[in-house]
Design a binder for this molecule. Structure first.
Ligand SMILES: Cc1cc2nc3c(=O)[nH]c(=O)nc-3n(C[C@H](O)[C@H](O)[C@H](O)COP(=O)(O)OP(=O)(O)OC[C@H]3O[C@@H](n4cnc5c(N)ncnc54)[C@H](O)[C@@H]3O)c2cc1C
Length: 311
């Protein structure tokens, strides 16, 4: 089993990991990116809100990024899964599913989140096509449409207020008791927003186009688009938790400003750090972490040099 030694190992090759690799590569660092290539946004056909890439498919964006990284021979990209990480003698020793071993002086987790959608028959056929989570990503295309809003509890009213920006034709489906106060129900009524608490039987659609929300009492309600307050997101990788990194109540890893963690030289960026960072947000965090890491290397190498006899 080979043991590749690099400056930085990056687990995850979404916009976070790839932008970190780009900036570290340009900083003359030896970088290994290991990516399972199963991003959570693969459910969608087009991505929006990323300057110069508005409307591109998720695959296209990753493909362009990987192609541009080929300019830097000091950056290696492999498709594989990081299965184990151990901290030993100041190094991160990484083992992959395909049996590769590598060690890095510093490590970035950019392993994203995975969605665990609620168990509503038919949801898998429309999610990412006409039913979404993020209005900044997909609200423009659904403006003024008859929208089904799937939400309950504390998240319900804030989500309604947000989506109301794009369409006033909203019906809220809480799929059981809504868990909101009488005052909140009054506010929905004020804006003529119907709240339906009857459990959902299924979502009817054709080729990803939502048509009807069918309730367990047999009613069928026409809606052509939808937004969900929660996609049941969980961490893409539990390895940082195994290393001792804490999760907050949003299931995000607790990190510092540039993705630093309580473990020296270990960084976490992107959705793993902020549930729904966005493409440009994750890329930006990759940039920031890379700048911090390269600055740390520069300072450490300078200090090490001072310990040696001058020429
Ligand atoms: C349906 C949907 C549509 C979206 N649309 C938009 C949009 O239009 N515009 C926008 O800005 N944002 C959009 N987003 C959000 C955006 O996709 C994320 O915020 C962004 O991709 C996060 O980047 P990331 O690098 O943190 O993680 P990801 O892009 O999720 O990448 C993480 C990578 O790490 C890999 N990985 C996980 N564990 C391991 C492991 N152990 N070893 C190796 N690899 C591993 C995964 O397979 C994946 O390839 C959308 C999200 C969803 C779910």
């Amino acid at each position: 089993m080979d043991n590749e030694q690099v400056d930085v190992v990056i687990a995850g090759g979404g916009p976070g990991g790839l932008n970190a690799a780009l900036v570290l590569g340009r900083s003359l660092k030896k970088v290994l990116v290991i990516d399972e290539d199963r991003p959570r946004n693969s459910a969608t056909l087009r991505s929006h809100g990323f300057l110069t890439r508005d409307g591109a498919s998720p695959d296209e964006i990753r493909e362009i990024a990987r192609e541009q990284l080929k300019t830097y021979p000091n950056v290696t990209f492999i498709k594989d899964v990081v299965e184990d990480v151990e901290r030993k003698n100041g190094l991160f020793i990484v083992k992959t599913k395909n049996g590769k071993m590598a060690s890095g002086r510093k490590m970035i987790f950019a392993t994203g989140m995975k969605d665990h959608l609620p168990d509503i028959p038919g949801l898998d056929k429309v999610y990412g096509k006409t039913v979404f989570h993020c209005p900044y990503c997909d609200g423009w295309e659904r403006q003024h449409d008859p929208i089904a809003l799937f939400a309950d509890g504390k998240a319900l009213l804030p989500f309604v207020k947000l989506i109301f920006n794009w369409s006033k034709d909203l019906i809220v489906f809480s799929n059981g008791p809504a868990g909101i106060t009488a005052e909140e129900k009054k506010q929905l009524m004020h804006y003529n927003i119907q709240l339906i608490e009857t459990p959902i039987a299924n979502l009817q659609s054709t080729d990803g186009q939502l048509e009807n929300v069918v309730l367990q009492n047999g009613d069928s309600i026409r809606r052509t688009g939808g937004f969900m307050a929660s996609t049941g997101e969980q961490q893409g990788s539990s390895l940082p938790a195994r290393l001792g990194i804490r999760l907050n109540d949003q299931h995000e890893y607790v990190t510092g400003q540039h993705g630093q963690t309580e473990i020296k030289d270990l960084f976490i960026i992107g959705d793993a750090k902020n549930t729904f960072t966005s493409l440009v947000g994750a890329a930006s965090q990759g940039y920031e972490a890379a700048v911090k890491i390269n600055g740390d290397f520069a300072a450490e190498n300078w200090a090490d040099g001072l310990k040696t006899t001058s020429h």
